[in-house]
Design a protein around this ligand. Structure first.
Ligand SMILES: Nc1ncnc2c1ncn2[C@@H]1O[C@H](COP(=O)(O)OP(=O)(O)OP(=O)(O)O)[C@@H](O)[C@H]1O
Ligand SMILES: [Mg+2]
Length: 136
């Protein structure tokens, strides 16, 4: 593994999400990436991982969630893989501002707005989410 591609695995516990934020900060510093990119990556990963930990599993077992950051020619790609229930965040209904529950439902909305390109794949038992932000 080189500095252009860094990976980690976390357990499905909220306390583990902070280590990914540290990885993102380090990665952005190494590649001299903008603060805007840092914020987009950290918020999107935080929301995606929190959702997986909160909603993806219907057992009490430990699960491992894979996270990768890749420096591409004109973008950074953040990939998240989990073995939770099949869930495509791109087919989730958009944010309903008229809804009475205005404190919820922002996670996926943030991801879609902060990132330039989001793709979802179901591969075997895995959900894979690939979120790209252009380097400007
Ligand atoms: N990985 C997932 N597996 C299964 N369901 C999910 C997953 N991620 C999100 N969901 C469902 O999609 C809904 C919307 O997610 P979103 O992150 O936008 O809002 P939220 O988590 O409810 O609230 P917030 O992120 O604002 O705290 C969730 O309430 C949940 O029902
Ligand atoms: Mg959420």
């Amino acid at each position: 593994m080189d500095a252009y591609r860094v990976e980690t695995r976390i357990l499905n516990q909220i306390s583990e999400v902070g280590s990914v934020a540290d990885l993102v900060s380090q990665f952005c510093a190494t590649h001299n990436l903008s603060n805007q990119l840092l914020v987009a990556l950290s918020v999107s990963l935080d929301e995606a991982l929190s959702n997986i930990i909160k909603y993806a599993y219907n057992d009490q077992h430990r699960h491992s969630i894979f996270v990768q950051l890749a420096y591409e020619p004109d973008a950074v790609a953040a990939t998240v893989e989990d073995d939770g229930r099949p869930f495509d965040p791109l087919s989730a209904p958009g944010l309903d501002l008229a809804s009475r529950d205005r404190d919820r439902g922002f996670g996926i909305h943030f991801i879609r707005n902060l990132m330039d390109d989001v793709k979802y794949f179901r591969e075997g038992e895995l959900n894979r989410l690939v979120m790209r932000k252009r380097i400007v």
